[in-house]
Design a protein around this ligand. Structure first.
Ligand code: ZN
Ligand code: ZN
Length: 407
């Protein structure tokens, strides 16, 4: 059997995969609480005659050993989001306020499908195939949880790792690129201190509301004045909280920032700029206490290995029709997947699977407008088109694996 023959056998299992997708969609669970999801994945693996190893509370790994050869790791994330679904689909979420609004249900159903194909076609490859189901991607906590539970010592060291994500691009396309493909993301909680007083006696205060306002404005200059215009960086102040009543000057203010970068050097410079500006403004205001900086929800850069990406792109082009494989543009979203290959010190490739109605997408592109009919990930009306998204996502995982494991 050739690689294409293996891919063709998918027809007999697509109904099972569609049902899997819909049932994961109906029962979403938040990060680190994916108990039912994890149990269902385990039972599906068991039905294939495979064992599921628990790594972290809800993370799972299946290792398919099949003779000598390289080791490939494929990862799917399994968590959902605190979003109330508004798609009108007959397989909508049955859990109040929780939704698979980022398509991780599609990732699970695709990877289970790929495992089934790899397991049924063992005569076409040799080596080791590792399927890893990772919890809590959205909180940047799941990859860390699996590593903290000893992932690197529990499974054979992979030679390469692969992951994919559904995106609001036309269904029936897979896109990838060398180098940075998703940004590094950081959140910062900044607390600045003032001196509280009656609202009628501002001269007795150090007003943290005014201080926070000057900081918010000054922070805008990090991207506009300090960053090379050819470089990518985002600094967003997502929350500014202080005070409770019109006639009270509070004694502190809190700012929540979000940063996105494609270059760790630029990221470090931006963090230094933030601390410099905040500390400087506090001094200028006569703040009685040093500001504090708390860093959280930190996502690493997703940076595809150039040689591995070139080899994978060729494999995709060999197996898929003309027009299916597209160059990716770097996205400003962030992921914790790369923590896993980084821990093993191995290369990785992360690619995008289109999941939007292709016709609607083309119409919007033709009209040169931003298509509001195509909801993005995390939106309450995000509804990936199942066909052929699920089939292509499954095949993409298999092609990636076979590109390493079949001679
Ligand atoms: Zn997401
Ligand atoms: Zn996601």
């Amino acid at each position: 059997m050739t690689r294409t023959d293996v891919l063709d056998t998918i027809d007999s299992q697509l109904d099972w995969q569609r049902n899997l997708y819909k049932s994961f969609h109906r029962e979403p669970e938040l990060g680190l609480e994916e108990h039912k999801t994890s149990a269902r994945i385990e039972s599906e693996l068991n039905d294939m005659g495979l064992e599921a190893m628990h790594v972290s509370e809800t993370g799972l790994v299946a290792v398919l050993e099949n003779g000598r050869g390289p080791t490939v790791l494929a990862r799917a994330d399994i968590d959902a989001l605190p979003v109330t679904e508004d798609t009108g689909l007959d397989y909508s979420s049955t859990v109040e306020g929780v939704m698979h609004a980022c398509g991780h249900d599609m990732h699970i159903a695709s990877l289970l499908g790929a495992v089934q194909l790899m397991n049924e076609n063992r005569d076409t490859w040799s080596g080791t195939y590792i399927a890893l189901f990772q919890p809590s991607e959205e909180n940047a906590a799941g990859a860390r949880a699996m590593l903290d539970d000893g992932l690197t010592s529990k499974i054979p060291k992979p030679d390469i790792a692969y992951a994919q994500h559904v995106m609001p691009l036309p269904t029936g396309t897979v896109s990838t690129k060398a180098g940075p493909v998703l940004s590094a993301g950081d959140s910062v909680k900044i607390t600045v201190h003032g001196r509280g007083a009656h609202g009628s006696m501002p001269h007795l205060s150090v007003d943290p509301v005014v201080l926070a306002a000057t900081i918010v404005l000054r922070l805008q200059t990090i991207v506009s004045r300090e960053t090379d215009p050819g470089e990518f960086a985002v600094v967003t102040v997502g929350a500014s909280n202080s005070g409770s009543k019109s006639n009270i000057i509070p004694d502190r203010a809190e700012l929540l920032l979000n940063l996105r970068t494609y270059d760790m050097g630029i990221r470090d410079r931006i963090i230094a700029s933030i601390e410099r500006i905040v500390t400087g403004e506090c001094r200028a205001a006569g703040s009685p206490k040093e500001p504090t900086f708390e860093y959280y929800d930190q996502f690493p850069l997703t940076d595809n290995d150039a040689a591995s990406n070139a080899a994978l792109t060729t494999a995709f082009e060999d197996c898929f029709d003309v027009g299916v494989v597209q160059p990716a543009s770097p996205a400003t979203a962030s992921e914790d997947f790369s923590e896993i290959p980084n821990a093993f010190e191995i290369p990785y490739v992360y690619w995008m699977i289109g999941c939007a109605d292709a016709e609607k997408y083309r119409r919007a592109e033709h009209a040169g407008t931003v298509n509001t009919d195509i909801p993005a990930n995390h939106a309450p009306n995000f509804a990936p088109v199942i066909d052929p998204t699920l089939e292509l996502a499954t095949k993409a995982q298999v092609v990636a694996a076979l590109s390493q494991l079949s001679s």
